[in-house]
Design a protein around this ligand. Structure first.
Ligand code: MN
Length: 202
């Protein structure tokens, strides 16, 4: 049985970037719904007992398993939201100046601001509902990718590090159609120490 994650901050801690109302619906209604759906879908079947990553990869419709679209969608959304909600903190935590992740971002993009601009542009340019990601590939390089719907970079062998949600339920109560303004504001509450830990596999 999968359970709804507990948020590592209070309901108003991410305001004004993410309001308590948005958090209440996004975590308490949308994510809870995915958890309830997945538990019903996998009870007694071939996916029961597997991790979310294993379920997503096994049910991946792009791999030909289209009969498992519902399992993929709900497991993917739980995996995506668990990574999303646990990467924020009140007022955020800066990227460490002496850390390996900052050095690699500077090496690949020329600077953190250049990376952030390219990252947000990927989210602004994503048509419809989905997610965009910073991941590490098999060679250790950092890559920015878009994932439609409920998908996650693990289906293509990438290790996900950082993600912003561009389903409208993530921002519409606070920003309406201003997706770019919402994405720009998310940097204020991003806890980079979480991303650094993911990058070194801890
Ligand atoms: Mn969402």
């Amino acid at each position: 049985m999968f359970e709804l994650i507990t948020l590592p901050y209070g309901s108003k801690d991410l305001e004004p970037v993410i309001s308590a109302q948005t958090l209440s619906f996004h975590h308490g209604k949308h994510l809870q719904g995915y958890v309830d759906n997945l538990n019903k879908l996998i009870a007694g079947g071939e996916f029961e007992g597997l991790s979310l990553e294993e379920i997503v990869c096994k049910a991946n419709p792009a791999g030909g398993a289209s009969a498992n679209q519902g399992v993929f969608n709900n497991a993917g959304q739980i995996l995506n939201h668990n990574l999303y909600f646990t990467q924020f903190a009140a007022k955020g935590v800066a990227l460490a100046d002496d850390g390996g992740l900052k050095a690699q971002i500077v090496k690949q993009w020329g600077g953190v601001e250049a990376f952030q601009a390219e990252f947000v542009a990927k989210g602004v340019g994503l048509f419809g509902s989905g997610w965009f990601w910073l991941s590490r590939d098999a060679n250790g390089e950092l890559v920015i990718t878009q994932e439609p719907g409920a998908s996650n970079p693990v289906v293509r062998g990438l290790k996900p590090l950082l993600t912003f949600d561009v389903w409208e339920h993530a921002y519409y109560l606070d920003y309406q159609n201003r997706r770019a303004a919402h994405l720009e504001a998310l940097w204020q509450i991003l806890d980079w120490s979480v991303i650094e830990k993911r990058a070194i596999g801890a």
